[in-house]
Design a protein around this ligand. Sequence first.
Ligand SMILES: Nc1ncnc2c1ncn2[C@@H]1O[C@H](COP(=O)(O)OP(=O)(O)OP(=O)(O)O)[C@@H](O)[C@H]1O
Ligand SMILES: [Mg+2]
Length: 244
Amino acid sequence: MTIRLHAKGLTKTFTLHTQGGIVLPVFDNIDLTVSPGECVCLHGPSGAGKSTLLRSLYANYKPDEGQILVEHMGEPLDLLAAEPWEVVEIRRSTIGYVSQFLRVIPRIGARDVVAEPAIANGMPADEAVAKAQELLSRLRIPERLWSLAPATFSGGEQQRVNIARGFIVDYPVLLLDEPTASLDAANRATVVDLINEAKSRGGAIVGIFHDEEVREAVADRLFAIGNQPAAMAVPAAAVAEVCS
Ligand SMILES: Nc1ncnc2c1ncn2[C@@H]1O[C@H](COP(=O)(O)OP(=O)(O)OP(=O)(O)O)[C@@H](O)[C@H]1O
Ligand SMILES: [Mg+2]
């Protein structure tokens, strides 16, 4: 089986320069592989470092040590050694990231916010807008809101716009940080469908899901984080035990 994403020996500490230089170790020597069509779920208590790991995999945070090998345009590339322009390219076409909160761009309507990553990745504008509309309706954003800027949307509406934005490109690697956190049951089910569709077209997914039902519906494997000294992989069959 091929590996789409391989984080090797990742170690991350935060140094709080404004608070006496206190050093906070977050994770140490993590080894994580994700294959095409696989969804690995980061699992651990609040504060364990799940979001920090996910942000590191998107090159938002720089780990102190390790490599993040990602298959980009058919070649393995180390995200940590990549030039800034390469990181931009990788984010445009290879790695998608859905954060828990939408970073709202003032005055740009929801439909265009969603279509933008697809257009940037080379999809013709009319196709991207059609796909944006399809995603917005699947995620139950009322049509009357499509042309409005999401700044005034409810938390759950903003999150769904964010999810649509993350799924409009068929990213080979997709990172999801609690995408269902403030969604109702119907929309959670839609997100589960979107994730499973992404898996079946070969997407490699790393996700954080607090909702156990969602986790069981999408995860092939749990990756435990925060059980010092080292994070370890837990087979999906152990999900129920770990959670109970
Ligand atoms: N930018 C930062 N600067 C300093 N410390 C940080 C920063 N981001 C996170 N931390 C610290 O790193 C640790 C891990 O945080 P992280 O957000 O990764 O946890 P998490 O597992 O995602 O938790 P939750 O389930 O609550 O979202 C926490 O102790 C947090 O205070
Ligand atoms: Mg988190």
